[in-house]
Design a protein around this ligand. Structure first.
Ligand code: PCA
Length: 214
């Protein structure tokens, strides 16, 4: 029995992506008799969803948690919904694709809810002293794309494994580096951050709560 955990490779101005580090760290760990399969997805609109489907077909996971970086958010944010939009904003993907106001699936509905127990996960993280909140937008970049596309795929397949998306903030090292590269010490420009250990524990608990909910 497996649990699928995906992170993303670095993208845009970011030299690191905590979601990649968390996926690598938890790969192989056991939770309640399930083995976590950690996988790092490309930040490419043309490839990420196909890779996610391949992993689901290969591992037939009992639950799927996709993660990515949301630099600037103050804690772990559990996404409630994915919407049917691809729009890269000011950040092209890693293959230089720049979708603007496109539909992910032109013939499908506007949105899909995550099927993780979103509110229970957040409550559990807060109880553990991990800053977290529910988020009502995963944006319109790859993170939203993988949430929407994977939920659409699972529904079409009749696969009821719970699936959702968790955005992770910067690590303290990333926030310090970005401040050094930017305004340095004079402005109040340092981004909020959370230690990698806390981020790892947050994702562990996300799986715990999801399995307990089944
Ligand atoms: N974060 C981006 C894409 C990859 C990642 O880690 C997002 O929030 O869409």
């Amino acid at each position: 029995m497996t649990l699928l955990l995906t992170g993303y490779e670095p993208f845009g101005d970011h030299e690191e992506n905590p979601s990649e580090m968390v996926a690598r760290e938890l790969d192989g760990e056991e939770i309640a008799g399930h083995e976590i399969v950690g996988h790092v997805l490309p930040v490419e609109f043309d490839r990420a969803t196909d890779e996610m489907r391949d992993r689901i077909e290969k591992h037939d996971p009992s639950a799927i948690v996709a993660t990515g970086l949301a630099a600037g958010r103050a804690g772990i944010t559990v996404e409630r919904v994915g919407i049917n939009v691809n729009d890269c904003g000011s950040t092209p993907d890693n293959a230089d694709a720049e979708p603007r106001n496109e539909r992910i699936c032109p013939d499908k509905q506007a949105g899909y809810f995550a099927t993780l127990p979103v509110v229970s996960v957040v409550e559990s993280l807060l109880e553990r002293g991990i800053p977290a909140h529910v988020s009502n937008t995963a944006g319109t970049h790859l993170c939203n794309n993988v949430l929407y596309s994977t939920r659409a795929y699972l529904e079409a397949e009749g696969n009821d494994a719970p699936m959702g998306f968790v955005h992770l903030p910067c690590t303290p090292g990333m926030a310090a580096k970005q401040a050094r590269d930017g305004d340095g010490t004079s402005g109040a420009s340092v981004k909020p951050s959370l230690s990698l250990a806390m981020q790892v524990e947050g994702i562990r608990r996300t799986f715990d709560v999801t399995l307990a909910d089944e």
